[in-house]
Write a protein that binds this ligand. Structure first.
Ligand code: RUB
Length: 305
């Protein structure tokens, strides 16, 4: 599916991110990098001013698709870079190369995180996950590949039910998996050894933004003394939060939950992410190693400009 993106316009990729055909923070970030490459290659003039405004227009369109995934602006910032260029050809080549590098680094980071996160699991461990995180699933698959007989509880993750993707991916891999409704998390938590989840964004204080309901899962795990591990690349850390900005929580169309016409006079709210306090997170597995949430600020200060 990622390969297919190279033949699409940046507008088409932006549409697919908005409609959630492309979803999950890691994939969104790589799609954004590919969209910018395509945008740079679709510009045929020689005027640097026009090229700059073409690229900043493309960055705005792509960047406004999913407000809670900081991986998206971070990918855009990386691809556009800070280099000074004399000609359009030079600028285009630079961005195409930065896009290629971002995508490659992202895949490499996923592999490392799978390894580091997978190694922490033991034979017989029971995991619980929420939504559909390619990184958390990568760690589970790695552990399974090491011969550890893990099993997983996966929430449905209303309203878009990304948990269905998770259970299918795990079952196809042969990993025993139980699909549960979101409200069954506490019922099963006493059978769970680890909560493994992904992240859309991580703030400078270590708070994690992930699929709505993650904070309830983490609170419940905390109460049962079950460690919560977040699998996330460093490009999901938000530099802006260091300077006081808050990560915006995306609120999507109510029709994702119910048909509003069936509930006249009812206000239907559909926030799709929430913030989990760093107090309820035991470890964040990054490609640079496993860190405590309190190290988020240092990760941010070390991020490439
Ligand atoms: C997806 C979601 C995932 C994170 C991490 O939400 O919350 O847990 O994006 O995914 P949505 P990954 O379906 O609304 O995009 O580990 O694949 O980056």
């Amino acid at each position: 599916m990622e390969e297919e993106l190279y033949s699409l316009s940046h507008d088409e990729i932006a549409k697919r991110i908005s409609s959630m055909e492309i979803r999950g923070a890691a994939f969104i970030a790589r799609a954004a990098a590919i969209a910018l490459k395509n945008a740079a290659e679709s510009f045929h003039g020689t005027d640097m001013g026009e090229f700059r405004s073409h690229m900043s227009g493309a960055a705005d369109v792509i960047g406004s698709t999913r407000p809670s995934a900081v991986s998206l602006p971070n990918a855009i910032r990386y691809v556009l870079g800070s280099g000074e260029h004399d000609t359009v050809d030079e600028a285009r080549d630079y961005m195409v190369e930065r896009s290629r590098r971002f995508v490659e680094n992202s895949h490499m980071a996923s592999k490392r995180i799978a390894e580091y996160g997978g190694k922490r699991l033991k034979d017989g461990d029971v995991l619980l996950t929420h939504c559909n995180s390619s990184l958390a699933i990568g760690a589970m698959k790695y552990a399974w590949g090491q011969g550890k007989k893990i099993s997983v509880f996966a929430t449905e993750s209303r309203p878009k039910k990304q948990g269905y993707i998770t259970v299918r991916q795990l079952a196809e891999h042969g990993i025993p998996v139980n699909l549960i409704v979101d409200s069954a998390v506490r019922y099963f938590m006493n059978q769970v050894d680890h909560v493994y989840i992904g992240a859309d964004s991580i703030a400078s204080n270590g708070a994690v933004i992930n699929k709505i309901g993650t904070s309830q899962v983490a609170l419940c795990a905390h109460e049962s003394r079950v460690p919560v591990t977040v699998c996330a690349e460093t490009y999901k850390f938000s530099r802006e939060t260091t300077f006081g900005d808050l990560i915006r929580i995306e609120e999507r169309d109510p029709s994702e939950i119910v048909e509003p016409a069936d509930f006249p006079g009812v206000n239907i709210r559909n926030p799709v992410f929430d913030a989990t306090s760093e107090r309820y997170i035991d470890a964040i597995v990054t490609e640079k190693g496993i860190i405590s949430p309190s190290s988020a600020y240092h990760i941010i200060t070390e991020m490439e400009e």
